[in-house]
Design a protein around this ligand. Structure first.
Ligand SMILES: [Zn+2]
Length: 603
């Protein structure tokens, strides 16, 4: 039977859908038209019109065509696997790699019947391709998540329309106008008015391209061809640390108008000055959020070159004062940063907790707090999550080999930082012995170092460092503080309901040594329109801050195990994560259940 099925001609989508009466002729036509009108794939139109349930469609196609199916709607394939194929090719063929195992690449395809495509993908990637059937809209969603939405096509269209309207002007306008290619080298085309609508459109398109690809920087650079034919203004975006050419280039004739327009937008740069470097700032509103750019213009032999760095203010405004520390914990933490600068405050501050516990947000908040013009801060991050103004941020990638045995990882970044004489260093994560050694060495030699480590509580972080082979006296003398944290869901303030604590809840307070004042109330989650019925909105941090003092240092020299260290720290006033969370229950911020769930969370 299996053989017979293999020999049968496989029915195409139309035959399957109509013969099996999944949809009617009319519905098929409607989907076909919708697909044509919006330049989408047929599968996508079919799903969007909700003519066939997605999983049903997947199943019939998989059965009919004889391929395994994969439900991509529930998956988030790793970006490095998705990127094994070029974006344009993935979009064109509607396919996306979703997993890799040794030499086999698992490829989700909207139509895996085409053997030639599979063979081509194999040749391009060097992997054996294992095709799976997946629906087109899922594939597109994965591509959009990894590469950003496909606004780049719109941008390219925009640029094209501007180019067309320019050649139109030339045709209509006689001698007065210019030809894009021929005149470019003869005449200084500063006569394109910076206020012309095309210029604004182009600048918008360039910025839109950056936002849609989640770029950190935009580079707009003129390259003049001596023959005048291939002169162009190249637009490149830095995405995840890598420079990528935009899918379009700006007509040469616009090179000065664009820069002039950007200068006008900055309100502080001189439009007529093109021979000296200038910098400024631009603020725009995109999707309701203010986004700020730092603009640098530098004269080059071919004209001004412009770099715009996106300062996403919404994200960088991580203020330690609004992170939900209890006042005494906040004071203890900020005390660690007193007198910074001039190598007088040095040592290592660690933040620990499982993935998703908000470690990096806390680190950024600390950096923001110590950030001032006379303090040099440098970071090694993988990847750079937010841009912070005034801080040198270096993306590292421990997983990519650069030449034989060479990697730009946290350890090598740290080593190079020491030569740059910073005051503050942030290194994304201490996950191996080498990084641990260098981080502590940096901390010993006059730098305030911030990092994260994967342990569940603060005392364990100290023990972990000694387990990584660091001498006890180094850990004892160099560590300043360890902050462990978790996140609990925050009660929706619009619907939370006051209640008396239950006996079970009171027992939890008692077991953790948190006093409940007589008549104290707690709150319960209810649910309203604002919190979409969940009863919770946003999250709040639960913190365990261990500040090293003389007693703890002596204990570390004697025995760095977590348990005795924890005892001393608690005697000195350290709250555990659960204790901190329970205090927040009494403040009406969250519930006992959330605290227990969050505090028990494992790595
Ligand atoms: Zn609510």
């Amino acid at each position: 039977m299996a053989v017979a099925k293999g020999l049968q001609r496989k029915r195409n989508m139309r035959e399957i859908l109509i013969e099996d009466k999944l949809i009617s002729e009319e519905q098929y036509k409607a989907a076909e038209e919708a697909a044509k009108k919006d330049a989408k794939s047929f599968q996508q139109a079919l799903v969007e019109l909700k003519l066939v349930p997605e999983l049903k469609l997947l199943k019939v196609l998989a059965d009919e065509w004889g391929f395994k199916a994969i439900d991509l709607s529930k998956m988030e394939p790793p970006a490095d696997v998705v990127q094994l194929l070029p974006e344009a090719l993935s979009r064109k063929q509607l396919c996306v790699p979703f997993a890799r195992q040794e030499n086999v690449l698992f490829l989700a395809m909207s139509d895996p019947r085409d053997f030639l495509i599979i063979e081509d993908m194999g040749l391009r990637t060097g992997f054996d391709i294992k095709p799976y059937l997946a629906l087109a809209p899922w594939i597109i969603k994965v591509l959009d998540t990894v590469y950003g939405k496909q606004d780049s096509a719109q941008v390219a269209q925009l640029v094209e329309s501007v180019q067309q309207s320019q050649s139109q002007t030339k045709a209509d306008g006689g001698e007065e106008s210019f030809s894009l290619a021929a005149d470019a080298e003869k005449k200084d085309i500063s006569d394109i008015d910076a206020t012309a609508p095309e210029v604004e459109k182009l600048v918008n398109a360039i910025i839109l391209g950056a936002l849609s690809t989640k770029a950190s920087d935009i580079h707009i650079e003129p390259f003049e061809d001596p023959n005048g034919k291939n002169s162009k203004v190249m637009v490149r975006y830095r995405v995840d640390g890598m420079l990528r050419a935009a899918s379009f280039s700006v007509p040469w004739a616009f090179r000065q108008a664009i820069n002039a327009k950007i200068k006008i937008m900055s309100n502080s740069m001189n439009i007529t000055e093109r021979r000296i470097p200038q910098s400024g700032r631009i603020q725009i509103i995109a999707k309701g959020n203010p986004i700020e750019f730092r603009v640098e213009m530098v004269p080059t032999v071919f004209g001004e070159s412009c770099v715009m760095r996106i300062l996403d203010r919404a994200s960088v405004r991580v203020d330690i004062k609004i992170m939900g520390f209890l006042p005494d914990t906040e004071k203890k933490l900020l005390d660690q940063f007193a007198g910074i600068g001039g190598k007088k405050n040095f040592g290592l501050v660690l933040v620990c907790g499982p993935t998703g516990s908000g470690k990096s947000t806390t680190l950024y908040a600390c950096l923001n707090y110590v950030n001032r013009p006379d303090i040099k801060i440098i970071t090694a991050e993988n990847p750079v999550e937010y841009n912070i103004d005034g801080i040198v941020q270096v993306p590292v990638n421990p997983d990519v080999e650069l030449g034989k045995g060479k990697r730009f990882d946290f350890a090598s970044a740290l080593r190079s930082f020491m030569r740059l004489d910073p005051d503050v260093i942030m290194v994304g994560e201490i996950r191996d012995e080498e990084t641990a050694h260098i981080a502590l060495e940096a901390a010993m030699t006059g730098h305030l170092v911030f990092s994260t480590i994967h342990t569940n509580d603060a005392p364990s972080a100290l023990e972990r460092l000694t387990q990584m082979g660091l001498p006890r006296f180094v850990v004892a003398n160099t560590m300043k503080a360890v902050l462990a944290q978790r996140l609990a869901r925050r009660l929706c303030k619009d619907c939370k309901e006051e209640a008396d604590p239950t006996p079970e809840e009171l027992a939890v307070f008692e077991a953790n040594g948190v006093k409940v004042p007589a008549g104290a109330k707690v709150y319960r989650a209810k649910g309203c329109d604002i919190c979409k019925g969940s009863g919770y909105k946003g999250r709040c941090g639960m913190h365990e801050l261990l500040v090293l003092n003389e007693e703890i240092r002596l204990q570390l020299l004697k025995d760095p195990s977590a348990i005795p260290v924890k005892e001393i720290a608690m005697k000195n006033g350290m709250r555990t994560i659960a204790m901190d969370g329970l205090e927040k229950v009494l403040l009406g911020l969250t519930t006992v259940k959330e605290v227990l769930g969050g505090a028990a969370e494992k790595e």
